[in-house]
Design a protein around this ligand. Structure first.
Ligand code: RIB
Length: 305
């Protein structure tokens, strides 16, 4: 089986359900509170493992209860945690999440131990990283260091998939390391400083990223699906209609579905269809990792849709 390596943030999500997003200065009553395991790196790893992939995770947790329990949870999901390091001096990363009745979310995170994922620590995993067939990372850990890992993978001819969240502009050197970059509409606009309202806007913005060095852009468009843009053109892969109650980590699940599709030898188009199904199903239950589907569930949705 091909090896998937995920590197990135490991957070504890504190989630409040609210009827609607409120205004600055306004107080509203929440309808529920839960604590979930989250973090974009942890989420991608768990989603890929649930789909049956061979997954290794690289990241940092704090020397606290959350961190220790978290490593155990990853192991129970079948994830190789040899690259999950426990660091002192910072707590396990935390995210405060509001989920409105519409299913939409707003997230503020505090990096904590994720900030300790430096090039020095990554180098302790360099030999293992060279074995990665597919490497997924995001932008909640120190950025130059994260690209240092991508460089190790690229030199060993692995496939690099970047989820550019939280988005900020990238250099051409960084973009050249990306086989696939998977922004949503907001992230695509932030990466390019271009408006992204319509499919045409998204295509133009994606073409800018390609001109700057990215090989392919996979624009996640929620219920609409995903738009693949390469030097050869743009294709929209339609999404699946589900009853979304919490969209937290839908993007992470999408990325995992895509990577697992590629690792199974599916074409890029087939992998995007699987990604759309996994992303959609992850919105049908509350929480980040709590909501991630099995391969069987994703394939069943694909058969229906
Ligand atoms: O993508 C969703 C994730 O973003 C949450 O789990 C939260 O921890 C933040 O990292």
């Amino acid at each position: 089986m091909k090896k998937i390596f995920v590197m990135g943030s490991i957070n504890i999500d504190m989630t409040v359900s609210i009827p609607r997003f409120h205004l600055p200065g306004e107080t509203i009553e929440g309808t529920g509170f839960s604590t979930y395991t989250g973090g974009k790196g942890g989420n991608q790893a768990v989603a890929a493992a649930r789909l049956g992939a061979d997954v290794s995770l690289i990241g940092c947790v704090g020397q606290d209860d959350f961190g220790l329990r978290y490593i155990d949870i990853f192991r129970r999901e079948g994830i190789n945690t040899d690259g999950v390091m426990t660091v002192s001096g910072a707590p396990t990363g935390t995210a405060l999440i509001e989920v409105a009745q519409s299913g939409d979310n707003r997230i503020a995170y505090v990096t904590g131990a994720n900030g300790a994922l430096t090039s020095e620590k990554i180098d302790t995993q360099a030999q293992r990283l060279k074995e990665a067939d597919i490497f997924m990372f995001q932008m909640e850990t120190p950025l130059p260091d994260a690209f240092h890992a991508a460089e190790i993978v690229k030199r060993a001819h692995g496939c690099v998939i970047l989820d550019p969240a939280p988005a900020r502009p990238l250099t051409q050197k960084q973009l050249r390391l990306c086989d696939f970059i998977t922004p949503n509409e907001t992230e695509l606009a932030l990466l390019t400083d271009m408006p992204v309202e319509t499919i045409e806007d998204a295509t133009k913005a994606a073409q800018k990223l390609i001109a700057d060095g990215a090989k392919a852009v996979l624009n996640k468009r929620g219920a609409q699906g995903a738009l693949l843009v390469t030097a050869g053109g743009a294709t929209l892969y339609e999404g699946f209609q589900v009853n979304a109650i919490d969209t937290t980590a839908a993007g992470d699940s999408f990325n995992a579905g895509f990577a697992v599709g590629l690792s199974m030898g599916k074409t890029v188009g087939e992998s995007i269809r699987l990604a759309n199904a996994v992303g959609a199903l992850s919105t049908t239950a509350a929480g980040a990792q709590a909501a991630m589907p099995s391969l069987e569930a994703a394939l069943a949705l694909m058969r229906q849709g």
